[in-house]
Design a protein around this ligand. Structure first.
Ligand code: SF4
Length: 468
């Protein structure tokens, strides 16, 4: 076992097991992992003023930052393990290499320092102390906030070390045993490289957490009431279920009805129409003389929207030649020019609605309008043109799907992205690659991806309009 397994184990026991024993051909490349690696290296490099070298030789030479070191050892009753410290930082002290020693550091994405960071540091310190023959009192958690590096010092006391030893024992037990169950908290699965593998098993076994809106707590509540899989849920009486869902207060019967219908749709593969004529009629009326589709690509960590994509559609049932796609790049995050272009497009057809999928685009436009000092009335009139198809489809249909994301819904409708296996995080990965290399090929890939996102949104709009 090694530091990676420990990190995985804290997130999901099954992931640690799969990383250790799983068939690698079932694992899918994850852009999140790649983005994390790049951000990690950039932050470490900044923290060590660019003096980062790799391996044991770098420790002997006393460089400021050392990466890529692997140290093997025994931690308990001859259990073998290996630490792979993300970064070692040179500090005052005496070690076997001379008048200095190294302290472990880890990279953190986001604001919260979690067990994952603390245990990783504690694990590294246990082996590193013996290896470098010098005591380790503390480690660092390093994070990047808008191009600035923040450092948090973590004291590696006895209590933390004892805790990590216990976790390592459980990890060892887990790795020696059978494959653990799929995690109850399926939110964790969205960025996991084993997601496809686990999704298949969950569907085959009728996992309740496969049903949209059912999280780990609701699944547990249903199980204690004798509903243990999607099949039982689908055949349950809505009224009786409502009585068991008192935690949802006034919403309990509505929730019960949606859960049962969602389970029925999921099993049968057939969509279920919730009567919502007004909204879809309204969509038909508003779009008949033309509309825009709007989609943004952004880097949330830097709060940077790097691409605004507009698809211009002149009538409700367009042919390919009626579609005009216009990408607005915002490469340097100097908002003035891109804001001007966005407003120009939006006001060239003042009456047209703007269709989008999810709330991001509307929020972005409100912020742009505020920065441009639009009056309250102007902002109101502009945003009233925005129609969120994600909200609309959820209000109008129960689909035979696990979730209502743009990819899932439009794939179900038969839409295919030109580039295979793409996602928002892959677009972000390309954006980071572009920033490093300035190779325009990455921009082309991002633009193609955004165009397809707009066309996928159009596919959903067509479905809503045709089936109103
Ligand atoms: S997909 Fe989910 S259940 Fe499967 S290993 Fe990953 S986090 Fe665990």
């Amino acid at each position: 076992m090694n530091s990676f397994h420990l990190k995985s184990f804290i997130r999901c026991k099954r992931k640690a097991w799969l990383d250790f024993k799983g068939k690698k051909s079932y694992e899918v490349w994850s852009p999140h992992k790649a983005i994390d690696k790049i951000n990690q290296f950039q932050s470490f490099s900044k923290f060590c003023n660019g003096e980062i070298y790799s391996g044991l030789k770098a420790c002997k030479n006393g460089y400021q930052g050392v990466i890529g070191l692997k140290i093997k050892g025994n931690f308990f009753q001859n259990i073998n393990a290996e630490i792979r410290p993300q970064l070692l930082v040179k500090a005052k002290g005496i070690s076997k290499w001379g008048p200095y020693k190294y302290l472990p550091a880890v990279y953190k994405l986001g604001h919260k320092t979690t067990k994952e960071h603390l245990y990783d540091l504690a694990f590294s310190s246990i082996f590193l102390e013996t290896f470098q023959e010098s005591k380790i009192e503390k480690g660092f958690v390093i994070t990047k906030v808008f191009n600035k590096v923040n450092v948090e010092e973590i004291y590696l006391n006895k209590k933390l070390r004892k805790k990590v030893l216990n976790v390592l024992l459980s990890l060892n037990e887990c790795l020696e045993g059978f494959m653990p169950e799929i995690t109850q908290d399926r939110k964790k699965c969205t960025i996991c490289s084993w997601q496809k593998f686990c999704d298949k098993e969950a569907k085959e076994n009728g996992y309740l957490t496969d049903i949209d809106g059912i999280g780990s707590k609701t699944a547990l509540l249903l199980k204690t009431n004798g509903i243990s899989n999607t099949q039982t849920l689908a055949s349950h009486s809505e009224k009786q279920l409502g009585e068991k869902l008192s935690k949802f207060n006034d919403q309990k019967y509505l929730k019960a009805s949606v859960f049962v219908k969602q389970a029925q749709a999921y099993i049968s593969g057939e969509p279920y129409c919730i009567s919502n004529k007004n909204d879809t009629n309204d969509l038909l009326k508003k779009t008949c003389s033309g509309f825009y589709i709007f989609d943004i690509e952004s880097n949330p960590d830097d709060k940077h929207d790097f691409l605004y994509g507009f698809l211009k559609i002149n009538n409700s049932f367009p042919k390919n030649e009626d579609l005009i796609y216009e990408p607005i790049l915002n490469l340097k995050n100097n908002k003035g020019e891109s804001y001007r272009q966005i407003i120009e497009i939006l006001f060239s057809q003042k009456e047209w609605p703007v269709l989008h999928y999810g709330e991001t685009e509307k929020i972005a436009i409100i912020n742009i309008a505020k920065e441009l000092n639009f009056s309250f009335e102007e902002i109101d009139s502009l945003t009233s043109r925005f129609i969120d198809l994600h909200t609309l489809i959820r209000k109008s249909w129960i689909l035979p799907l696990k979730n209502y994301g743009l990819k899932t819904v439009s794939n179900w409708l038969g839409f295919e992205w030109v580039q295979k296996n793409v996602s928002g995080s892959k677009a972000l990965y390309w954006w980071i690659q572009y920033q490093i290399t300035e190779n325009e090929i990455f921009l082309k890939k991002i633009i193609q991806y955004n165009k397809d996102d707009c066309l996928a949104t159009l596919k959903i709009a067509e479905y809503l309009i045709k089936n109103h």
